[in-house]
Design a protein around this ligand. Structure first.
Ligand code: NAP
Ligand code: MG
Length: 400
């Protein structure tokens, strides 16, 4: 059988620990036998980030800008303990943060659902996708501990020196204080990414904030979404038979629980952080959550939503058998291959990626799974396997 050819290179970003092991297994067992992989490889393993003074992360992000599509393995974000473990020169920043800052985008997270594992919320028939704004708010906040009586003010100094002031609080005793910001430009690109993603997924888009309380800050998010929708997407949405719907975050939470799923829920940075963990857990497992960063100029970076699964890696290093779930990492690859195929009009590649996803789902539906899922099945007795045996099962199903 001839191997499938690729036209534009795919940016391949390798990572750390258990997911680095799985990365190699997926390539060897499920991709390379069928595809003549054309990738531009960037090694974001912590050792190489340290060796290159993190330049490799910047290069990888720029390569995604150049070629349009990337696939990323999970990576360690170093902390004090990792500094010692890897003898690092510096506590390098989160690679995801660096890549997001360069691509400027929105992170979309969707659960991979199978019939035999029911979500905790029984009426969720279809997956719910979270679209998380990835810039600003408390993640770029400035905080202060107030030790006693005094006046806290917001001061904005314009370029010409003019000051605008607003009283935050006249403290009568100790307390805490926080300043956060966002930019029209970032909110606008968040809105464009959400509308475009909804159109390509042919699903309704919901957006929620707390604009009744935060009239200026959250009010601006609401206004920007509304303006961009009316200016650029209303017609296309009507033609596609999908809707854009704004509601308050507390109303959204109640509606999401009562819904049947099958829509995209756009959230501000913090809401998206919290709600995506709630959604993935309620659908089954963090190891079954896909994640894609979409930039406003149409670049895509696919990854799994989970980390490097350190606890399993330490067991693997001791020679113990591990049963780490590779499904979200396989989906990062299939998502990236499909998008690469779409951009190049490479139908053979798109079809292969779809078949591979189907082989994963079929294997899972037949009860073949990793240990994390074994306790969640309903109606059948599952067969828990180690990672390599699960991948072999997927390959057998794919070949069949
Ligand atoms: P994690 O790697 O997601 O793992 C947390 C726990 O979740 C695991 O110990 C495991 O539970 C379970 N789990 C996660 N993925 C799984 C999978 N594929 N199969 C089976 N079980 C899975 O998070 P973490 O331990 O907090 O972080 C580890 C490292 O990953 C850190 O260095 C962090 O910086 C990095 N990280 C990277 C990314 C990214 O690159 N996108 C995201 C998050 C964290 P059990 O041990 O109970 O089996
Ligand atoms: Mg989180």
């Amino acid at each position: 059988m001839d191997k499938i050819k690729m036209i534009t290179p795919l940016v391949e970003i390798d990572g750390d620990e258990m997911t680095r092991i799985i990365w190699k297994q997926i390539k060897e067992m499920l991709l390379e036998p069928y595809i003549e992989l054309n990738t531009e490889y960037y090694d974001l393993g912590l050792e190489n980030r340290d060796k290159t003074d993190d330049q490799v992360t910047v290069d990888a992000a720029n390569a995604i800008k150049k070629y349009g599509v990337g696939v990323k393995c999970a990576t360690i974000t170093p902390n004090v303990q990792r500094m010692d473990e890897y003898h690092l020169k510096k506590m390098w920043k989160s690679p995801n943060g660096t890549i997001r800052a360069i691509l400027d985008g929105t992170v979309f997270r969707s659960p991979i659902v199978i019939d035999k594992i029911k979500p905790v919320v029984k009426n969720w028939e279809k997956p719910i996708t979270i679209a998380r704004h990835a810039y600003g708010d408390v993640y770029r906040g400035t905080e202060m501990r107030i030790e006693g009586k005094g006046k806290a003010e917001l001061v904005f100094t314009a370029e010409d020196g003019t000051e605008t002031r607003a009283l935050v609080y006249d403290f009568e005793g100790p307390g805490v204080l926080q300043g956060t910001h966002n930019k029209d430009k970032s909110i606008e690109s968040f809105a464009h990414s959400c509308f475009q993603y909804a159109l390509s997924a042919k699903q309704d888009l919901w957006f929620s904030t707390k604009d009744t309380i935060s009239k200026t800050y959250d009010g601006e998010f609401k206004a920007i979404f509304e303006r961009i929708y009316n200016e650029s997407y209303k017609e296309a949405f009507e033609k596609a038979g999908i809707t854009y719907f704004y509601t308050l975050i507390d109303d959204a939470v109640a509606r999401v629980i009562r819904s049947n799923g099958g829509f995209i829920w756009a959230c501000k940075n913090y809401d998206g952080d919290v709600m995506s963990d709630m959604i993935s857990t309620a659908f089954g497992s963090l190891a079954m959550m896909t994640s894609v960063l979409v930039s406003p100029d149409g670049n895509y970076e696919y990854e799994a939503a989970h980390g490097t699964v350190t606890r399993h890696y330490y067991r693997y290093l001791k020679g113990e058998e591990t049963s780490t779930n590779p499904v979200a990492t396989i989906y990062a690859w299939t998502g990236a291959l499909k998008k690469n195929g779409e951009k190049d009009q490479n139908q053979a590649l798109i079809s292969f990626a779809e078949k591979l996803e189907k082989a994963v789902i079929t294997s899972l539906e037949n009860g073949y799974c990793t240990k994390d899922l074994a306790g969640l099945y309903e109606g059948i007795e599952p067969t828990p396997l180690n990672t390599a045996a699960f991948l072999a099962k997927v390959r057998e199903t794919l070949d069949a």
